[in-house]
Design a protein around this ligand. Sequence first.
Ligand SMILES: Cc1ncc(COP(=O)(O)O)c(C=O)c1O
Length: 413
Amino acid sequence: MTYRREEHVLIPESDLEGMSVDTLAVRAGQIRTGQLEHSDAIFPTSSFVYGSAAQAAARFGGEEPGNIYSRFTNPTVQAFEARIAAMEGGERAVATSSGMAAILATCMALLKAGDHVICSRGVFGTTNVLFQKYLAKFGVETTFVGLTDMEQWRRAVRPETRMIFIETPSNPLCEVADMGALAELSRANDAFFVVDNCFCTPVLQRPFEHGADIIIHSATKYLDGQGRCVGGVVVGPNNLMEEVYGFLRSAGPTMSPFNAWVFLKGLETLPIRMRAHCDNALELAKWLEGQGAVDRVFYAGLPDHPQHGLAKRQQSGFGGVLSFTVKGGREQAWAFIDATRMISITANLGDVKTTITHPATTTHGRLSPEDKEQAGITENLVRISVGIEAVEDLKTDLQRGFEALENYRQGTV
Ligand SMILES: Cc1ncc(COP(=O)(O)O)c(C=O)c1O
């Protein structure tokens, strides 16, 4: 079929087939209105109108496709969903009000009482709480295992295991999971393999190519990239996403059109941002390794990282988050953090602005002391989400932290 470009409301998917993630980030999913706007339109409306009562009935009855109410569908949100689905190489995406809502919706849609989940121990602290405290109340039990220890994963499998859930690389220790091996284990046991791809984004890692069934994002992080909005998204095959959509439509934690619009704008620059984050993080990781007050640096881009080779095979970059332990405990870690002046002390990550966090008392603060210990969240651990400022300026600011530690060591504080 030929079309005139001026009638070109939705760029047909076939026009973009085979194009790179860099192009899809800018072009996929745009829905143009009759005004033929160049940028994405925003539809801040809670409901949609019909030409007649009969049409309203047909829409509600599912006989005619189209929008009804923005808790169900909204054109700006659909544009965001189509773009991220194209970038991940998935059939369909469903947007949510937050990354946690994406995880919750996936579990509520696909699990039932009596089912069992195996989850990696180092996941984001709130994910851990969601599984341990809330899903457990509804009869879904979770076993936590070490992300990189395949023997632990195999031993944890039960006849009722229905989901394997991971983050890779993990937060904050940058451990890398073997997705191929976990996909195989999931398939052999008829379980869904769910990957939180928040740290890498589809620019650096495409989990469907390694056997994932479902991909989850906190869009709050790199997809936005400028710390403006909270949102999430689930990507997967049509049949599973229909279930996730059904839960969201009934329960309500859907994405607002304004947030979807911000995320669409964020996605346009995601590929170039991710490359800048990776370059800065690698440079800083090497620099941190040479500092006397640092015990250990956790970053998969370093050749001595235990999963460096695996990360190279699975990822096209090592990501923008690193962590390190300072010599000492909480006091030293806090003194280091407090001495920085430019870098933001905040728990968010994936922002163009570099952020610094003490995981043990913030992101992972709700974990029990035993869970923290098992997950390697020690009191002397500091996490940096490396932004895109000039790396030399980041070193200047971090140097203030090292000076504070030196003063501490000499007893001059
Ligand atoms: C890896 C990961 N997944 C999920 C989430 C939850 O996302 P949100 O804060 O958007 O609910 C976070 C938040 O920090 C995260 O780091």
